[in-house]
Design a protein. Sequence first.
Length: 321
Amino acid sequence: MRHAEDVTFGGSGLDRAAELRGQDEVLQAARRDPGSECLLLWRGFLLMAGESALARLPMDHPVLQGRDKTPIFLGREDHGMTFAQDISEWSPPDAPMDAGPGRPQQAPLPRHPEVEDALHFGDLRGVMGRLNRRDAELAATARALYSWHSTHEFCSRCGRASRMAMAGWQRSCDSCGGQHFPRTDPVVIMLITHGNDVLLGRSPGWPDNMWSLLAGFVEPGETLEAAVRREVMEEARVPVGRVDYLSSQPWAFPNSLMFGCIGEATGREIEIDPVELEGARWVSREDMVDVLAGNHPDIRPLRQGAIAEFLIRNWVADTLA
Ligand SMILES: [Zn+2]
């Protein structure tokens, strides 16, 4: 697909400067350099400057001082080095117990006393469509890395505590010597077509009128093509023939990589698995035009920035090739 990387989180060509991750002295100097900048995360939320840009703090900002943890090194930009620091241990009295990525976007987030009033924490899912490409890549990278660290504090070989290493891109276990690397979970999301129609489904518990493409995790030992055919068969009993890869999207909620694929259904009869789906239906290209425009009577527009919306928009416009 020619425009595959135009998808939200499609990448900005960030120079990740991986060769510096093990060079402690270079990074130590970079953490004192006035040209360096640091993103701030708290329980999965990112500090924002306004509604469409990440806040970039100088390394001597008060909120970054006295932290136990060294910031993660994200890469080298025109201004200098870019880092990210997580302050999830901050526990403000007014923070709801369930603070985390699953919270409704509208809920007000607490303000950190050491952070300027002009800056505020934001939900990446709510702002992702408005970030520029560089901010989107940095945000997805930092969020996924910190999410991985927060759930992998202990060595999966021996069970002892492990420590962050390689500027945040590894965890090392001093007890058994185990080395652990950030995981990325592959997910297929598929535009299944039959003639002029596309297959949409909705999961139990989704908001009214919300429909999207079918999706599912790739299993060990499976190709992307096999995962597409299996998921569609399991969820809707629709047989799929040819499958092609279209575009991928890093999806840091928390650690997925979405593989957008197109598949040709070889039959159109639907029988849903009620555990996985509440409904599935074929929708014509003409009706999808109405859906995207917000004019369809019982299908709401798809989420801006999600790869499902991106694939469908390109399918409708005939720009998948
Ligand atoms: Zn170990």
